[in-house]
Design a protein around this ligand. Structure first.
Ligand code: GLC
Length: 478
């Protein structure tokens, strides 16, 4: 066992996972403008992606060992808390050493993929590298990687490769999360200086060759992912503060993160060209950097107030944290289903965050929640998958979507409340020759009009049962 494993801090973190910070302090802003990509293959893939509606984002790295916030504690911004009585430099040393401990011997990506598919998830985004710079793939550009530590002899040591492969086998679309910032790189956080915030810690105008080296390193790592890891559909680039100066507008300034005087761009045109050569139609989500490489918008931890008419995805974690943190309160299946229904009605996708434990397994409570979500989607998913937003997408707790001649109405029920005998909504009334079908029973239901409202009689077998939501299809009679 390497030195540091039983350090007081490690034990402290095991005992007080609450040290993992208020994640919600660090909300990544979103863009309000959208540029339609010009490549028809990208447009086509975006259409397919918009049919999928529900994805999983997996944050996994050395931070799973103590079960603390992903990467951020390395950074010295004032919203970050660390254990008392330990110097910043000692903390960093301890954190870097986690890579010598991380040994997920129960890693079973086939199980992750199966559980995710059964939850109704249709695409994956996996952290190939987070801000701490620890590569979950066998990069040739650095030794700070999963294939250099105790896990290196495992047949699935090249973790990202096997995660992608397992999810592909289950038929999901594949996204590579990649952090543009890399706090382990000497060309990003140079030991010569302190590391006060998330940005490169040297003046990149004064040391252009250093920044160039960082750009080359970033390009080379992304190139490995694009060329050697099979079919990839999405390149999900996090760390929106690494961006060209001309894209910093009032919206970006309002996020409150420190912004230096110089441009912190990596060479996105070159990365996109290389990426799309290897992966035709690759969707790029250069988060918050409005322009040709933000092919969809990524509001974080929130649902937009209204429907948006361009491709977008809300990412939010099942717990409070993205990565695994013991005792992190998890959202209920009902909450997740309600969120998904609202997101889809507003024209978006939901990317639900899960953090595997350091041994390589999903926590049992996470699997149980995913199973419950999947059970509801199994019978009601038709109201969501492959649909598009309709103009009048909401009436109170009823959300509407459309597909061809069919309009779907999904009525949300409060947590723990029984299904009532009647469900009412205004706005989408059946036309002449149309029938209303309850998706769970597959049978048509009786209905009547009362004033402005449609009153649907719920099938008897459902009345009094607990359901997160009940969905109906309004379609021409068979
Ligand atoms: C936030 C967090 C980052 C996380 C991301 C996922 O930007 O700061 O750590 O990976 O959300 O959406």
């Amino acid at each position: 066992m390497k030195k540091g494993f039983l350090s007081p801090l490690f034990l402290l973190l095991l005992c007080f996972p609450g040290l993992s910070l208020a994640q919600t302090d660090n909300i990544h802003g979103t863009s309000s403008t959208y540029q339609v990509p010009s490549d028809p293959l990208v447009q086509a893939k975006l259409e397919t992606w918009q049919d999928l509606k529900f994805g999983i984002i997996i944050h996994w790295g050395v931070y799973a060992v103590p079960g603390m916030i992903e990467s951020w504690a390395l950074c010295s911004e004032d919203w970050i808390t660390r254990p008392e009585g330990m110097s910043y430099s000692d903390f960093k040393r301890w954190y870097w050493n986690l890579s010598n401990i991380f040994n997920p011997v129960n890693f079973n990506p086939e199980r992750w993929a199966r559980v995710s598919r059964e939850a109704g998830m249709k695409y994956l985004v996996f952290t190939t590298k987070h801000h701490d710079g620890f590569a979950m793939f066998d990069t040739r550009q650095s030794d700070y990687k999963i294939t250099a530590g105790p896990f290196r002899h495992h047949p699935k040591a090249n973790v990202a490769y096997h995660v992608f492969e397992a999810y592909r086998q289950e038929g999901l679309m594949i996204g590579a999360y990649f952090s543009k910032p890399d706090w382990h790189s000497q060309d990003f956080w140079w030991d010569k200086y302190a590391t006060p915030n998330r940005n490169p810690n040297y003046n990149i105008l004064k040391y252009p060759e250093k920044w160039k080296a960082f750009q080359d390193f970033t390009f080379a790592q992304i190139q490995e992912l694009m060329q050697d890891y099979g079919a990839i559909d999405i390149l999900w680039l996090d760390g929106g503060w690494i961006r060209p100066k001309h894209t910093v507008n009032d919206e970006v300034r309002a996020w409150g993160a420190p912004i230096p005087d110089w441009s912190q761009e990596i060479d996105m045109p070159a990365i996109a060209e290389m990426g799309r050569k290897a992966q035709p139609g690759l969707i790029i989500a250069d988060r918050t950097v409005h322009g040709p490489y933000e092919n969809y918008l990524t509001p974080e931890r929130r649902i937009p107030d209204t429907k948006l008419d361009h491709p977008w995805e809300s990412c939010l974690p099942l717990g409070n944290n993205w990565g695994y943190v013991p005792n992190d309160p998890l959202k209920s299946p009902t909450t997740v289903i309600h969120t998904l229904v609202e997101v889809v009605a507003k024209g978006g996708n939901l990317l639900l965050g899960i953090g595997p434990q350091s041994d390589g397994t999903f926590p049992l409570e996470v699997e149980q929640r995913l199973q419950a979500i999947g059970a509801w989607l199994e019978t009601n998913g038709e109201a969501l998958y492959g649909t598009r937003a309709v103009d009048r997408y909401q009436d109170g707790q009823t959300f509407f979507t459309g597909k061809g001649e069919t309009t779907y109405a999904t009525h949300l029920l409060p947590e723990g409340e029984a299904v009532p005998r009647d469900i009412r909504w205004a706005g989408h009334l059946p036309g002449r020759g149309q029938q209303i079908t309850c998706l769970e029973t597959g049978k048509s239901v009786k209905w009547r009009i009362e004033g402005e409202q449609l009153v649907v009689e719920v099938p008897k077998s459902l009345v009094g049962q607990e359901r997160p939501a009940v969905a109906f299809a309004l379609a021409p009679m068979q």
